[in-house]
Design a protein around this ligand. Structure first.
Ligand code: ADP
Ligand code: MG
Length: 576
C-alpha cells in the first residue's frame, strides 16, 4: 500500500504560510503590497496587540468582482502574471498568488471588496482556511481585509512570536518604509485606534519624512538634487555630514518604489561618507533609485527585501559619484581627505582615565575635567617611575611606550591599557549595584524608532542599573534625566542608540545580567577609546598603576595584549 499522500490543500497553505507570513508584520506587508498593486491612493492600517489580535487594512484601490474575490483565496491565483516570460519584467509587488490563501489558512479572515462598476461589494469570511460564507456587502469602492487571531489555528507558530510591543515595532517600521516609498499614496497607521502616523500623499519628500520618521530625523537630513544617468535616476535626502548611526536603521533604500535591503546601495552610500563619519557607523539617507526593472532581480525569497542588480558595479559607481558630488559641495573641496575635523563628531568620552569611579564626586553637566588627575604623590623629581618599578624610557609613535622593568624591558599599548581599566571600573559599578549617576540640568530628549523604543522598554531595568534615568513623555519620546558618570552627555544620545541597536541584535545576551553588563561595558569603552598620545607622561604612570590593580593587567577586554615584556634572560638569549 502506498504510503505517500497528497497534502490536503489547507495543510499545504499552512505550510506555505510558514514561509510567507512568519510574523504579523509580514501579513501587513503582503496586504499592503496588494493594496498598492491595486492602485490605492489611500491606505488605512489598524492593528492591535502587535497584530496578534487583529490587523485591518482598507484601501481605495480597484477592488475585485465577487468571482475574483473567491479565486484570490486559491493557491497560485494571481491577476499579475500569465506566463513564465512575465517573470522577467515584474513591476508589481506580488506575483506568486500565495499570500491571501496562506494568511486565510492561519487566521480568521474577512475580505470585503467592490469594483466601481458594481453597485455592491462582496464579503467572504474564512476561518482557518475554511470558507464560512460569501454574501453581498454594501461598501465604497476598494478592499478591506481583516485578519483576526493570527496563527490561532497553528499554535506551534504562535509561540515564536515576540512581545506585543516588539511585533508592533516591526509593523510600524514596515509601514513607515512603505509610506516613505510611496509619495502619491496617503497612509494612516493606528494601533488600538491611536494614530501612530499619518502621511498625506503628494507632499515634498522632506515633509513626508518628517511626518513618517519624525522631526528629529528630518532635521538631520537635507534634500539632494536629482541625478540621472543612462537609465538610472537617484533622488531623496542625505544625512548631514557628521551625523551617523550605529545601525542601518535610518539608511533607507528604495528601488522602483520598493523599500529594499541592498548591500550594494548601503555600501555605496556608506562609502561616500567615508571621511565624514566614524568608521563602522552608517550615514542617514532616504535614497530613491529608479532603474529599468529588467536590471533588477526581485525574484528572491518572498519574505526577504533583498534585491540584486544585474550590474552591481554600475549602480555602485553612479551612487558614489552622485552622493560625493553633494557632499563635496556641502563641505568644500577638501573631499576626499583624511578627515574633515569640524564635521567629525568627537567620539571620545571625557572620563578620568584612572580616577576611582566609585567616588560619586560632584555631578557635573559640563564635559568634565582633564583626563587624568595627576596625583600629588607623583614626585616631581621622578615623574617617570612608579611603585612597581617600571621606568618610562620612551614614547613610541602615538600608541606605545617603552619601559625598563625590574626584570627586563616592556612595551605598553597605552590605548589597550586604558580600555582594561575603564572596563573594570564600569563593571565594578554594576557589581556594586551602585551606579554613579550624573543628573542633567537640561534633560536630553530622545526620539526612537519603534523597535529601539520597544527594546528600551524591555531593558529599562538594566539601563537604570547602569545609572540612566528616563521618563517617557509621548510615544517613542523619552526624556533622559541622568546618565552614568562615565558617559559624556554630548555622547549620550548616540551611545544609547548604539546600545539599543546592539540589544536588538543580540536579544539573548542582554537577557542575562552578567552578559548584559559585560556588553554594556564593552560598548562604553569603545566609545571612550582614547589615543595613546592623549596621555601625558605623568598620566601614563598613573595609568600603569591602575592597570596593575585590575584583575587582568595583561590584556584588554577583547583579549588583546596590553603589554609585551622581555626578561633580561629573554634578551640575553636573543643576543646569543
Ligand atoms: P499576488 O499578489 O501574488 O497576486 P495574493 O495572494 O497576494 O497574490 O493576491 C491574489 C490576487 O488577489 C491578486 O493577484 C489580486 O488580483 C487580488 N487582490 C489581492 N488583494 C487585493 C486588493 N487589495 N485589491 C484588489 N485586488 C486584490
Ligand atoms: Mg500579493
Amino acid at each position: 500500500m502506498s504510503i505517500i499522500r497528497l497534502l490536503a490543500p489547507n495543510v499545504a497553505n499552512q505550510i506555505a504560510a510558514g514561509e510567507v507570513v512568519e510574523r504579523p508584520a509580514a501579513v501587513v506587508k503582503e496586504l499592503l503590497e496588494n493594496s498598492l498593486d491595486a492602485g490605492a491612493t489611500r491606505v488605512v492600517i489598524d492593528f492591535s496587540r502587535g497584530g496578534k489580535a487583529f490587523i485591518i487594512i482598507e484601501d481605495d484601490g480597484k477592488g475585485m468582482i465577487p468571482e475574483d474575490a473567491l479565486l484570490s483565496l486559491e493557491r497560485h491565483a494571481t491577476s499579475k502574471i500569465n506566463a513564465a516570460a512575465d517573470l522577467d519584467r515584474i513591476s508589481t509587488f506580488g506575483f506568486r498568488g500565495e499570500a491571501l490563501p496562506s494568511i486565510a489558512s492561519v487566521a480568521r479572515f474577512t475580505l470585503q471588496t467592490r469594483v466601481k462598476e458594481a453597485a455592491n461589494g462582496t464579503e467572504i469570511s474564512v476561518n482557518g482556511g475554511k470558507i464560512i460564507h460569501q454574501r453581498d456587502h454594501g461598501m465604497a469602492v476598494g478592499t478591506r481585509i481583516e485578519v483576526a487571531n493570527l496563527f490561532h489555528p497553528v499554535p506551534a507558530r504562535l509561540k515564536f512570536l515576540k512581545s506585543d510591543e516588539t511585533e508592533a515595532a516591526h509593523i510600524i517600521r514596515l509601514v513607515r518604509l512603505y509610506a516613505v516609498s510611496h509619495p502619491t499614496v496617503g497612509f494612516l497607521l493606528r494601533e488600538d485606534g491611536r494614530e501612530i502616523f499619518r502621511s498625506p500623499g503628494n507632499v515634498p519628500v522632506l515633509e513626508r519624512v518628517r511626518a513618517i520618521w519624525g522631526r528629529q530625523v528630518a532635521d538631520e537630513v537635507s534634500l539632494m538634487p536629482v541625478f540621472e544617468r543612462s537609465g538610472m535616476r537617484l533622488s531623496g535626502l542625505l544625512g548631514k555630514p557628521g551625523v551617523s548611526r550605529g545601525t542601518r536603521q535610518d539608511l533607507v533604500t528604495v528601488v522602483n518604489g520598493r523599500p529594499v535591503d541592498s548591500r550594494t546601495l548601503a555600501f555605496a552610500l556608506t562609502e561616500s561618507y567615508h571621511t565624514l563619519i566614524p568608521k563602522g557607523r552608517y550615514p542617514l539617507a532616504f535614497a530613491f533609485l529608479e532603474i529599468d526593472p529588467a536590471w533588477v532581480d526581485v525574484n528572491v525569497h518572498p519574505a526577504k527585501r533583498e534585491v540584486r542588480f544585474r550590474d552591481e558595479a554600475r549602480v555602485r559607481g553612479f551612487i558614489i559619484e552622485s552622493v560625493l558630488s553633494v557632499l563635496r559641495s556641502n563641505v568644500g573641496d577638501g573631499l576626499p581627505t583624511q578627515t574633515v575635523p569640524s564635521l567629525v563628531p568627537s567620539i571620545s568620552v571625557a572620563m578620568p582615565a584612572v580616577a576611582p569611579i566609585s567616588n560619586p564626586g560632584v555631578p557635573s553637566q559640563s564635559i568634565p575635567t582633564p583626563p587624568v588627575p595627576v596625583s600629588a604623590a607623583t614626585s616631581p623629581s621622578s615623574p617617570t617611575s612608579v611603585r612597581l618599578g617600571w621606568r618610562l624610557l620612551a614614547r613610541v609613535r602615538e600608541e606605545r611606550a617603552v619601559f625598563e622593568t625590574p626584570t627586563g624591558l616592556a612595551i605598553l599599548d597605552i590605548g589597550a591599557a586604558h580600555q582594561r581599566i575603564l572596563y573594570e571600573s564600569i563593571l565594578k559599578q554594576f557589581s556594586d549595584g551602585a551606579p554613579v549617576s550624573q543628573p542633567l540640568l537640561l534633560p536630553l530628549s530622545l526620539e526612537l524608532e519603534p523597535l529601539p523604543a520597544a527594546v528600551l522598554k524591555e531593558r529599562m531595568a538594566l539601563l537604570v542599573a547602569a545609572g540612566f534615568s528616563f521618563e517617557e513623555y509621548g510615544r517613542n519620546f523619552w526624556r533622559i534625566e541622568a546618565l552614568p558618570a562615565w558617559l559624556n552627555p554630548a555622547e549620550a544620545l548616540s551611545f544609547l542608540r548604539d546600545v539599543l541597536a546592539e540589544m536588538a541584535r543580540r536579544e539573548g545576551d542582554f537577557g542575562r545580567p552578567a552578559l548584559a553588563y559585560d556588553s554594556l561595558a564593552q560598548l562604553a569603552i569603545q566609545k571612550a577609546r582614547r589615543k595613546g598620545d592623549a596621555f601625558s607622561d605623568a598620566e601614563l604612570m598613573e595609568l600603569l598603576q591602575a592597570l596593575f590593580k585590575t584583575s587582568q593587567p595583561s590584556s584588554d577586554p577583547r583579549g588583546r595584549r596590553t603589554y609585551i615584556e622581555w626578561t633580561d634572560a629573554d634578551l640575553g638569549r636573543r643576543f646569543g
